[in-house]
Write a protein that binds this ligand. Structure first.
Ligand code: NOJ
Length: 591
């Protein structure tokens, strides 16, 4: 791998940095302390962000060279999806060595350089931690395969004897989240058919046994390894899955990542035996102690697909993690009452434990919201698009996405952005023969999977691979529309999605919306009624109005319009009246 980053002609490069630094990435430290309570964290998916060496796979030097883009955009931190040594059967969520960098992405020195440069630019760095499973290439799993049943080496994973006369049936009928059975039988070192190991995800991702003290100690050490290198936090993969119910009780339903129904079953329901078990909390209390030995407000954010929100709140109690992704907001239908309910339920549940809310609309596992919100599905987390599916109307999707984003960025707490959403990128219907997500094969082509949100992002319309790297190579094919949406087509263009995000992040900081603690719904004297599909809230010095209904909303006379997600309408009979059209959000002052 080249150590000189050269991601093609750059739109935002180091040369721009002195200017950009005039706009601090964080505002008054007192008002925002600790930083993660209100931070906007930008998710970088390393293989698709910027390719420094032109092999078609993004890498760490490519990311480092593009960090000024994040400063210009105005985020506080970046979260890097896994870049560790991995055979890449699940795009790096199958880690073979937690303390090294995969050669596809660079070297440990490149990781150090990235963290150092980010800190120089005023950005914090969160890295991904994958503790539920390792790769089957991890030294521990190889040792387990080479060892006998009952050995210490097998005890780090969930090996069990099979059922049936000759152990030929899997220990339980648990299914893998990616489709197919969650158990695979091994061949013992003597060549005979042997035990089975559990993998909630791909066959290449054996689940660790967290009742093993060796596993617990190893991850404390991995945390320290990266904390010593200066990272500011960890995003914890499958945080609700590490502990399985005693005895691995039977569960024959299809396995989804989510524990509990979105409709909100009571807390009394029994979670499936692989999710949201009481024992996970002890693990996170241990991790919190490790982090608390370090200065600088290091943090943990849980990827825990659990419902109801009172269960999610248990991951962010005072002695556990600092944040948890709030998927209730992501999966909500774009309707005023549903969103209001999601916001209220989130704030109530998290306030109860003193944790900040977080908000997110897109990530590397879901259909990008510029497309998702244009589908006829009513909320939820739909499967990716296939080329033979009817394609949603791009303009409608983008319009709704921009409205949803401006509502989200006005809410108090932390917010997560996924690379490319600032460009309004749609999800891509990746041709079947180019699909890489293991769900495609494991589901026997029943599930399209997540490739559509992982396509390398565009920086310059007329450059090879739209500026992703110096060559045309791209590990997933980029659609032509990515050229039209490239950063250089939107930068300094009034009304572009990029400039909307930039303005929103600047205003959010100036108005301290992330730390506001007084959000209150209002109907603006009857002009913004939730029954008419309109959501309006006062927060700090601002009023946010999201018109998700079917009629124009007349904005209060005299109010200053700070930002709007689309064009305002005018009343032909009264030019002084400003109209907020359907599927548009505005930020106001003085309303
Ligand atoms: C959640 C990650 O976000 C996803 O990409 C991955 O496939 C699974 N966890 C398994 O690690």
């Amino acid at each position: 791998m080249s150590s000189t980053p050269s991601p093609g002609p750059s739109t935002t490069t180091d040369a721009d940095v002195p200017d950009l630094l005039a706009v601090p990435a964080t505002s008054d430290p007192d008002a925002r302390s600790p930083w993660w309570r209100s931070a906007v964290i930008y998710q970088v998916y390393p293989r698709s962000f910027a390719d420094g060496d032109g092999d078609g796979i993004g890498d760490l030097p490519g990311i480092t060279a593009r960090l000024p883009h994040l400063v210009e955009l105005g985020v506080d931190a970046l979260w890097l999806s896994p870049f560790y040594t991995s055979p890449q059967h699940d795009a790096g969520y199958d880690v073979a060595d937690y303390r090294d960098v995969d050669p596809r992405f660079g070297t440990l020195a490149d990781a150090d350089a990235l963290v150092a440069r980010a800190h120089e630019l005023g950005l914090r760095v969160v890295v991904d931690l994958v503790p539920n499973h390792t790769s089957w290439d991890h030294a521990w799993f190889r040792a387990a395969l080479a060892s006998a049943p009952g050995s210490r080496e097998r005890g780090r994973y969930l090996f069990r004897d099979g059922r049936g006369e000759h152990g030929e049936l899997p220990p339980t009928s648990w299914r893998s989240v990616f489709g197919g059975p969650a158990w695979t039988r091994v061949t013992e070192p003597d060549g005979t058919p042997g035990q089975w190991y559990l993998h909630l995800f791909d066959v290449s991702q054996p689940d660790l046994d967290w009742s093993s003290s060796e596993v617990v100690e190893e991850f404390h050490d991995v945390l320290r390894f990266w904390l010593d290198r200066g990272v500011d936090g960890f995003r914890v993969d499958v945080a609700h899955g590490l502990v399985k119910a005693d005895g691995l009780p039977e569960w024959d339903a299809a396995l989804e990542m989510i524990s509990g129904s979105l409709a909100g079953e009571g807390e009394a329901r029994t979670p499936p035996p692989m999710w949201d078990q009481e024992g996970v909390h002890e693990i996170y209390r241990g991790w919190r102690k490790v982090l608390d030995d370090y200065d600088g407000d290091r943090m943990l954010v849980a990827e825990a697909w659990v419902q109801p929100l009172s269960r999610l709140a248990r991951y962010v109690r005072a002695d556990e993690m600092q944040q948890a992704f709030n998927f209730a907001y992501l999966v909500s239908p774009l309707r005023a009452q549903d969103l209001r309910d999601a916001v209220d339920a989130t704030r109530a549940a998290l306030d109860a434990v003193g944790a900040p809310a977080t908000w997110v609309l897109s990530n590397h596992d879901v259909v990008r919201h510029a497309t998702r919100l244009g589908l006829s599905t009513d909320g939820g987390n739909p499967d990716g698009l296939s080329t033979s599916d009817p394609q949603p109307d791009a303009a409608t999707g983008l319009r709704r996405a921009r409205a949803a984003t401006l509502l989200m960025l006005a809410l108090p707490g932390g917010a997560y952005l996924y690379q490319g959403e600032e460009l309004g990128l749609p999800d891509v219907a990746v041709p079947d023969d180019a699909r890489q997500d293991p769900t495609w094969e494991r589901s026997e082509h029943a599930v399209n999977g997540r490739d559509g949100c992982r396509v390398p992002i565009p920086w310059e319309k007329d450059a090879p691979s739209f500026g992703f790297g110096p060559t045309d190579a791209s590990w997933l094919p980029q659609p032509a529309v990515y050229g039209e949406l490239a950063l250089d087509q939107q930068r300094d263009v009034p009304g572009s999605t990029y400039e909307m995000y930039r303005a929103a992040l600047r205003l959010r900081r100036e108005l301290a919306l992330g730390t506001a603690d007084d959000l209150a719904w209002t109907d603006l004297d009857g002009a913004a009624r939730v029954e008419d599909g309109v959501l309006a809230a006062r927060t700090g010095a601002a009023v946010v109005v999201a018109n998700l209904g079917e009629q124009d909303v007349v904005l209060p006379t005299g109010a200053e319009v700070l930002l709007v997600s689309g064009d305002l309408g005018a009343d032909a009979t009264d030019p002084g009246r400003r109209l907020l059209p359907p599927m548009t959000t505005a930020w106001l002052r003085g309303a």
